[in-house]
Write a protein that binds this ligand. Structure first.
Ligand code: ADP
Ligand code: ASP
Ligand code: MG
Length: 435
């Protein structure tokens, strides 16, 4: 018998039929003798609908009130799932974030979890009940309702698993695991049986929305066994989805590149002809940071005749605000000949821990993009990723081309075996022709 946390996303609870199907799966795990805490999202589209209602009334609503509104979506699905389980003859009890006391800070619309009171949940479990908890929401020390950022139910699931000491956190969604890239863009994308925590963290932070980044950070911090699975399989299915692992796989199964992530939510700002002197980067980005705007990539050219060009990217939703800050500061902290901006860009990234031990990956990536006539506007690299900024209109083309060139549709085993045969053949030829 194990204590398992299962999280079901929006499409998985998108209709009463889907909720009945979730109930059947939960019932099966219960029948197998497990204790279950089930975290649910709002029905698909519901959070968007609720937030749009608020924006019909005011363009920039008070974040506290937005959270009051958005949190209602999950309150509906917890009640519906509890009723569906009762219909199957099971004991089930639903809790909102505030009722559990998922304590968060007061950063409305992007709150962080500080503590979870799991005692009452353990009591319910011991009494044979299935516990259902609303994802995405919590409460601050003053009793205000808070939400955890879009996609935040993943984080609720992992945080509950950590607090309860659960043996596993299963994330049920509309795909049967983590793929080499978004299967909606590349139909040949391949499901990974396992992915390392480091790679998953990069994939999530570079735009793969299959898991919210904070949930992966949380899982890493508490070493939670996390698995991504499909809720659309038969409820009796024994599919194992994708496991997020904490050890690097030393075997030859390990691919050099595990996946491709992309992000359309970026915008680029370039300051042309900035004075090239110590402190200029701070003069530009200091006010941007002070306005609470996150900066992602930064590129500064080598200056010529005392001037340089300085570019950086920000989230598209903060782009206007960043431009306002810069035009206000221009001529005060720094001078610039011109400020150019582009909000029709995207970022495409290759991710893989194998990059640490293989050279030439970035060059191969740049060639693959050049072969399709795609211009690279910015580049950034780390030990396990290479990202490029390109024109948004090339996003699909770039992702498909990279997926093909890096042979991500084939198992690493197949690619490895083929390459080994080729190199053995060369050895054989060399030996025979040479001698
Ligand atoms: P949920 O509502 O269950 O939280 P999400 O829409 O947040 O589901 O996440 C699942 C979606 O993530 C999939 O439908 C898929 O289109 C997308 N996705 C993006 N990148 C990947 C990837 N690498 N592997 C699998 N799914 C991905
Ligand atoms: N319902 C919330 C959202 O749409 C949280 C989630 O689905 O994880 O962002
Ligand atoms: Mg999600």
């Amino acid at each position: 018998m194990a204590l398992i946390v299962q999280k079901y996303g929006g499409t998985s609870v998108g209709s009463t039929d889907r909720i009945r199907s979730v109930a059947r799966r939960v019932a099966r795990f219960h029948r197998e003798g497990h204790q279950l805490v089930v975290v649910v999202s709002a029905m698909s589209g519901e959070t968007n609908r609720l937030l749009a209602l608020a924006k019909e009334i005011a363009p920039d609503p008070d974040p506290r009130e937005l959270d009051v509104i958005a949190a209602t979506g999950e309150q509906v699905t917890i009640g519906l799932l509890a009723i569906a389980l009762h219909e199957l003859g099971l004991k089930a009890k639903s809790y909102t974030g505030g009722q559990v006391r998922v304590l968060t800070d007061s950063a409305f619309t992007k709150a962080r979890i500080l503590d979870i009171n799991v005692e009452p949940l353990h009591k319910d479990l011991a009494a044979g009940a299935i516990v259902i908890v609303a994802g995405f929401q919590g409460v601050d020390a003053d009793g205000n309702i808070t939400t955890l950022g879009r996609g935040g139910s993943d984080t609720s699931g992992v945080a509950l698993a950590a607090a309860l000491g659960a043996s596993e956190c299963q994330i049920y969604t509309d795909v049967d695991g983590v793929y080499t890239t978004d299967p909606r863009i590349v139909p040949e994308a391949r499901r990974l049986d396992r992915i390392t925590f480091e790679e998953m963290l990069e994939m999530a932070s570079l735009g793969s929305k299959v898991l919210q980044i904070r949930s992966v950070e949380f899982a890493g911090k508490y070493k939670i066994k996390m698995r991504v699975l499909s809720s659309f399989d038969d409820p009796e299915s024994t599919a194992t989805g994708t496991l997020i692992t904490y050890e690097e796989d030393e075997t030859m199964e390990q691919a050099i590149i595990s996946g491709i992530a992309f992000n359309r939510d970026e915008a680029k700002i370039s300051l042309m002809g900035v004075e090239d002197r110590p402190g200029v980067a701070y003069a530009i980005l200091g006010p941007v940071a002070a306005a609470n705007i996150d900066v992602d990539m930064i590129v500064q050219n080598i200056g010529a005749s005392g001037h340089t060009d300085f570019s950086f990217t920000v989230h598209r939703s903060e782009y206007q605000k960043a431009l306002e800050v810069l035009s206000r500061e221009k001529g005060k902290g720094f001078t610039a000949r011109e400020i150019i901006s582009d909000n029709k860009i995207c970022k495409v990234s290759l991710v893989g821990i194998g990059m640490r031990s293989h050279v030439g990956i970035a060059a191969k990536m740049f060639k693959a993009l050049a072969d399709e006539g795609i211009n690279i506007q910015m580049i950034s690299t780390s030990e396990i990723k290479t990202s490029v900024v390109i024109d948004e209109k090339y996003l699909e083309l770039a992702v498909r081309q990279l997926h093909r060139v890096f042979e991500l549709d084939q198992s690493p085993q197949a690619v490895w075996t083929r390459n080994t045969r080729i190199s053995e053949a060369f050895v054989w030829t060399d030996r025979h022709e040479g001698g």
